[in-house]
Write a protein that binds this ligand. Structure first.
Ligand code: HEM
Length: 568
C-alpha cells in the first residue's frame, strides 16, 4: 500500500513538472524534445520547437533531480514506512518527527514519556526520531528477543553524544570494538575482584555514617543525595582507579565538579537538536569555553593511568609480584579495575592509553550516579514505608547482630529481603528508563508478528515494562513481595530489566547490588530514616538518568541496635 502511494507521488511529481513545461510552452511535446546543436554557443536552447533560457533549463534540471532524489529516498525507506503504517504512535512532522514530545523541562519530558506509553502501549508503537523510525518494545517476550539478538547490539547513533565524556568505552563503543573489549573485561568482574572491594565499601560507608551525625535529631529534612552521591563517587573512584578522591571530606574536587558539568552538558545537548551535528557542538563548546570541562574530567584518570603504567614498568623490571605497591608509605594497595586492565595488557589485550582511559571513565560514570540515585530512592521508600524498613532492619540485625563488625560478601548473600527491596526500588524507579538499540539486520518480534527492518531503533523502556499491570499488580505502589521467589518464578525473566539484559546488559550489576547492600545495611544499622513525603508526591525528571525532581528529603534518628520485634 505504502509502495503504491510512493509510486503515485513520484508519478504525480513528474506529471507536475511536465505540466509546468506545457503551461510555459504550449507547443511542448516531451516525445519531440531535442537537444540543440548550439548548446554551448547560445543562451537559448531548442526543445521540440520552443526555446528555453539557460536559467529555465537549469531550474527544470534541478527540479527533476530533486524529484529523482526524493523518489530514491522514499524507495529506500519503503520498509520503515510500511511498518509504521501498521502502528499507532504520536503525531510526527517532516524532519523533526515526533521530536516535539521531547522538548521541555526534564520533568515535562518524563511526564510525556509516561503518557505516551499509557496512550499507545503496551503493544509496540512507533515514535519517529527525526527521520528515523523508532519502535517501542515493551512486552518481556519481545524485550528478550531484541536484547538477546546478535543483530541488536549496536547503540543508537544518539549515544555518540556521550563520547565527549566516556569516549568509546563499553557503554558507547561501536559493535566491533565493544565485542573485543567486552570479551576481555567481563571475566574481570568476578567474585574475587568484588570481594576485594569490600574494605573500600566499608571504609567509605563509615565516613558516610560519621558525616550524617550532624543531621541526627533535626526536624528539618535534608536531601540524602548530598551525602550519598559523594559516597558512591568515592567508592567507584577508589575501586576503578585506585585513587582516593575523598569528596566525602572535601567537596571541592575538580574531578567531581567536572563530572557533574559534563553530565549536564551531555543532557543539555539532547534537548537542543541544533547542537546534534558534532561540528556545531564542537564549535559551540570551544566558543563557550565548555570544552575545558571534558579536559578537566579526563585529567585525573590520564594522570593516574600514566603513574600506574610507570609503576608497572618498574615492577616488571624488578619482577615484583602482581599485586603492586604504588603508595609512598609502602602500604599494600588493593588490586583495582585499572590494575586488571594493565595486567590484561601485559598478557596481550593491547589496549591503547586512550582505550584504558575510556573504560575506566565509563566505569566511574556508569557506576556512581546510577547507584547513588537507587540508594536514595531505596532509603526514601523505606522512610515512606516504616513497616518495610522494620523488616529490612530486623533482617540486617539477624545477619550482623549488634556488634560493629563490618559486613562481608557472605553476609550480603543472606540479606535476601534487602535484595527484594532494592529490586523493587529499581523496578519502580529504573535509573535508565529508555534504552535505544539500532538493528543491524531484520528482527522479528512476537507482538503483531512484526518484522523490524534493519536500521530501526528499538526503544526498550524498563520504565514501561516495569509498570505493566499484568506483570506487577498495582505497578505504581512499592511492594518488595513482587520479588519474592514465588512471584519471580511466575514472571517472564525479562520482566525486570533495570540493568538491561542479554550480552550488552550492565556489566556492573553484581558490583552495584553488592555496594548498595553494603550502603543500605550500614545506614540502617546506624540510623532509622523518616519522611513526610508521600509516594504520590514524588515527581520524576529525565536528564541522562531518571531522578526525583524534589530530591530525597528525610530526617534520621540513631538506632539502638535492637531488633524492632524486641523493642516493646
Ligand atoms: C543501580 C546501578 C546500575 C544500574 C541501574 C545500571 C544500569 C545499566 C543499564 C540499563 C545499562 C544498559 C544501558 C544501555 O543499553 O543504554 C548499563 C550498562 C553499563 N553499565 Fe550499568 N548500571 C548500574 C551500575 C553500574 C556499575 C556499578 C557499573 C560499573 C562498575 C556499571 C557499568 C556499566 C557499563 C560499563 C555498561 C555498558 C555495558 C556494555 O555496553 O557492554 N553499571 N547499566
Amino acid at each position: 500500500m505504502v509502495i503504491l502511494e510512493d509510486l503515485y507521488i513520484a508519478t504525480f511529481s513528474v506529471v507536475v513538472v511536465v505540466e509546468a513545461l506545457k503551461k510555459r510552452f504550449p507547443s511542448f511535446d516531451i516525445a519531440k524534445m531535442e537537444v540543440s546543436q548550439g548548446f554551448h554557443s547560445s543562451s537559448k536552447y531548442l526543445a521540440g520547437g520552443f526555446r528555453l533560457t539557460k536559467t529555465e533549463l537549469t531550474a527544470y534540471a534541478i527540479i527533476s533531480f530533486l524529484v529523482i532524489l526524493w523518489c530514491n529516498y522514499k524507495w529506500s525507506r519503503r520498509r520503515f514506512e510500511k511498518l509504521a503504517a501498521r502502528m499507532t504512535g504520536p503525531p510526527a512532522y517532516p524532519i523533526i518527527g515526533s521530536g516535539l514530545q521531547f522538548i521541555g523541562t526534564p520533568q515535562q519530558v518524563m511526564e510525556r514519556i509516561i503518557k505516551l506509553y499509557d496512550t499507545f502501549g503496551p503493544e509496540p508503537f512507533k515514535i519517529w526520531l527525526g527521520t528515523s523510525l523508532g519502535v517501542t518494545i515493551n512486552k518481556p517476550e519481545d524485550v528478550q528477543i531484541v536484547l538477546n539478538s546478535s543483530k541488536a547490539l549496536a547503540k543508537d547513533p544518539f549515544y555518540k553524544f556521550f563520547r565527549n565524556t566516556v569516549g568509546e568505552g563499553l557503554f558507547s563503543a561501536p559493535v566491533d570494538k565493544w565485542r573485543r573489549h567486552r570479551r576481555i573485561i567481563t571475566p574481570v568482574f568476578n567474585a574475587n575482584l568484588l570481594e576485594q572491594f569490600f574494605p573500600v565499601f566499608n571504609e567509605k560507608n563509615k565516613i558516610l555514617i560519621r558525616n550524617l551525625k550532624k543531621e541526627i535529631g533535626k526536624s528539618e529534612p535534608f536531601d540524602l543525595w548530598d551525602y550519598i552521591a559523594d559516597t558512591t563517587l568515592d567508592i567507584i573512584c577508589q575501586t576503578a582507579l585506585g585513587y582516593n578522591l575523598d569528596t566525602q571530606s572535601n567537596s571541592e574536587s575538580e574531578f567531581a565538579e567536572a563530572l557533574t558539568k559534563a553530565s549536564e552538558l551531555d543532557s543539555m545537548r539532547i534537548y537542543k537538536p541544533w547542537l546534534y551535528p558534532d561540528i556545531i557542538f564542537s564549535i559551540y563548546v570551544k566558543l563557550t569555553g565548555l570544552h575545558n570541562i571534558y579536559k578537566t574530567l579526563h585529567k585525573l584518570p590520564i594522570q593516574v593511568i600514566s603513574e600506574m603504567k610507570k609503576v608497572y614498568a618498574q615492577n616488571k623490571k624488578a619482577k615484583l609480584a602482581s599485586v603492586i605497591d604504588v603508595s609512598c608509605d609502602e602500604e599494600k594497595r588493593l588490586k583495582v579495575f585499572l590494575d586488571t586492565l594493565l595486567e590484561l595488557n601485559e598478557t596481550g589485550a593491547n589496549f591503547s592509553d586512550a582505550e584504558i582511559r575510556d573504560e575506566v571513565v565509563t566505569m566511574m560514570i556508569g557506576g556512581s550516579e546510577t547507584s547513588a540515585i537507587t540508594n536514595c530512592f531505596c532509603l526514601l521508600m523505606l522512610a515512606i514505608h516504616p513497616d518495610i524498613q522494620d523488616k529490612v532492619y530486623d533482617e540486617i540485625y539477624n545477619v550482623l547482630g549488634d556488634g560493629d563488625e563490618t559486613i562481608t560478601i557472605e553476609d550480603t548473600t543472606k540479606l535476601v529481603y534487602l535484595e527484594q527491596v532494592l529490586r523493587e526500588t529499581l523496578r519502580l524507579y529504573p535509573v535508565g528508563p529508555l534504552l535505544l538499540r539500532q538493528l543491524q539486520d531484520d528482527v522479528k518480534i512476537i507482538s503483531g508478528n512484526h518484522v523490524l527492518p534493519k536500521g530501526t531503533t528499538c526503544i526498550i523502556s524498563p520504565m514501561a515494562t516495569h509498570h505493566l499491570p499484568e506483570l506487577y499488580p498495582n505497578p505504581w505502589s512499592f511492594n518488595p513481595d513482587n520479588f519474592d521467589p514465588e512471584n519471580i518464578n511466575k514472571r517472564h525473566k525479562f520482566s525486570f530489566i533495570a540493568f538491561s539484559g542479554g550480552p550488552r546488559g550492565c556489566i556492573g550489576s553484581k558490583y552495584a547490588m553488592l555496594s548498595m547492600k553494603v550502603l543500605i545495611s550500614t545506614f540502617l544499622r546506624n540510623y532509622s530514616v523518616h519522611t513526610v513525603t508521600k509516594l504520590n508526591d514524588i515527581k520524576l525528571k529525565l536528564d541522562l538518568l531518571m531522578r526525583s525532581v524534589h530530591g530525597y528529603p528525610v530526617t534520621i534518628q540513631p538506632r539502638d541496635r535492637r531488633p524492632t520485634y524486641k523493642r516493646n
